[in-house]
Design a protein. Structure first.
Length: 300
């Protein structure tokens, strides 16, 4: 059975060092509750699949397990279909082209790290999550997971300060260097650490293109077109097109650490608003997530 390194605890209040941006008494509107429900569904899938992983399972099989679990619970569309990465592929070792992100026949072994990544659309609401675990105990992997907490804190603080996204990206880079890690989200297309997510129209038939839902791709392309005209981008990257303050909306944020063939990340939704109240101007959609529960338990 997999030792996820992120599971455990149920609904504890955010503790010190978690980077908490939600407030226990915060009342979410119906729109945000829909996104939170989808995000929780995706994390429940990750925990369920992680608990079934064992030596010999391939990345393709783990990706299929995620798809089937979500299909059985009503998911019909995707921002992107599920990914699974095992071993040094969790640190994107040798990744040069986008096709290398897709699941392979790499088999899981005892002591090997893994990442499950999925982006379902449920009842029109999109989530995009990343779940890091290890098949057994690994102190190095535990340390990467623990050190991600500081990134969650930094990102929220600087978004609330309305720092340009490009500058926040660079500060995340500098923090990784101080911690002794490599930035592995830079290996993603356009080097993104985050991207906007939106609602999509529900359809009976939801086609995909290269693993990505066509409706979601159209929405992202529309945001990119309007953003280019108005001076912002739906992609949070290290490049000039992200040199603008955070745009109100929902952002799937995924800082990804790597060290000598081991990678770990989280991915979750950050809500950005136009409120002048700092605590309402940006907050994490949900603090009852596996990695946050882990940090809370460690702090306790």
């Amino acid at each position: 059975m997999a030792s996820t390194g992120t599971a455990g605890g149920t609904g504890t209040r955010p503790g010190p060092g978690t980077g908490s941006g939600t407030v226990a008494a915060r009342e979410l509107d119906a729109e945000l509750r829909g996104f939170r429900e989808t995000q929780r569904l995706a994390y429940a899938c990750a925990e369920a699949v992680a608990a079934q992983l064992k030596p010999g399972v391939t990345e393709r099989e783990a990706a299929r397990m995620q798809r089937e679990w979500l299909y059985e619970r009503g998911v019909k569309d995707w921002f992107h279909r599920p990914f699974a990465w095992f071993g040094d592929r969790t640190a994107f070792a040798g990744f040069k082209i986008p096709l290398q992100f897709f699941p392979t026949d790499r088999r899981l072994e005892a002591g090997m790290p893994f990442i499950l990544d999925m982006a379902p659309v449920y009842r029109g609401y999109t989530a995009d999550i990343g779940y890091s675990g290890c098949l057994g105990l690994d102190p190095l992997h535990d340390k990467l997971l623990a050190d991600l907490a500081e990134h969650r804190t930094l990102i929220l603080r600087e978004v609330r300060e309305r720092r340009p996204l490009r500058e926040i990206y660079e500060d995340v880079d500098r923090l990784m260097v101080r911690q002794g890690y490599e930035n592995r989200h830079r290996a993603y297309p356009f080097g993104v650490i985050a991207h906007k997510v939106d609602r999509v129209r529900e359809r009976r038939w939801a086609p995909t293109l290269f693993g990505f839902g066509t409706q979601s791709l159209k929405g992202l392309a529309s945001d990119a077109l309007h953003g280019h005209r108005d001076g912002w981008s739906p992609l949070w990257s290290p490049y000039k097109f992200s040199d603008h303050p955070p745009k109100p909306g929902l952002w799937a944020v995924e800082p990804h650490l790597g060290f000598r063939g081991t990678g770990a990340k989280f991915e979750e939704i950050l809500v950005v608003t136009d409120s002048r109240d700092p605590e309402e101007s940006a907050f994490w959609l949900d603090d009852d997530l596996p990695h946050v529960r882990r940090w809370n338990e460690t702090a306790a």
